[in-house]
Design a protein around this ligand. Sequence first.
Ligand code: FPP
Length: 238
Amino acid sequence: MAEMRKPPTAPRHVAIIMDGNGRWAAARGRPRAFGHRQGVEALRKTVRAAGDLGVEQLTVFSFSTENWRRPAEEVDALFELLRMYVTADLDKLASEGVNIQAIGRRDGLGRDLLEIIERAEERTRDNDQFKLVIAFNYGGRDELVRAAQRAAEAHDGDLSGLDEAGFERFLDTKGSPDPDLVIRTSGEHRISNFLLWQAAYSEFVFMDVLWPDFDEASLKMAIEEYAMRERRYGGVDG
Ligand code: FPP
């Protein structure tokens, strides 16, 4: 008799493309930055909900290498929001055992923001209750190119013996499991240069909700959808 599969569990690692802040603000006749500010509130709710639902890691796409093409005012607002979020929430997150990490290009971020990020990473390094990874100034292709450069440097230019596990050690995400579930909000069905290597086998759930309206119920729905797919997969190999 076929071995019973374990009942579906919560995904260990959820990654989110938090899309739709601009449309949410426009629908209210407000500037795009207003949508991003509300997006931070949704992020706070989601971190809490993820922990409650048994998720161990959340990776969120906060600023892409392509977002530099937006008006300077909006870029500034996104930088300011990251600064504000990490500064305002660090004590609480640290005391709750959250390990904070940032992935993405660090050059071009500015000294003050870099210091805030490094301080948060350093202070929460040994925390193991939950991992929050903020992708900021991040692009999947950019990460792969930087990883290739680091690998070449570490291997004195001879990559002939490099395999997948060996290459992974040079990615920004080294030490993290691949995302089990990738959620994209706002009805768009694209990966947009997010976690290109890491999402190779992830389940994708696309939701119509705009990111500022995302909450615990939305996360639950995405996890239920993920669990259903797992069950279907379990059904074919009996
Ligand atoms: C996409 O919405 C969202 C972003 C480009 C930024 C995501 C940022 C946040 C949720 C808040 C910032 C959080 C931190 C930690 C810095 P969009 O602007 O592309 O929306 P649209 O597609 O409706 O225009």
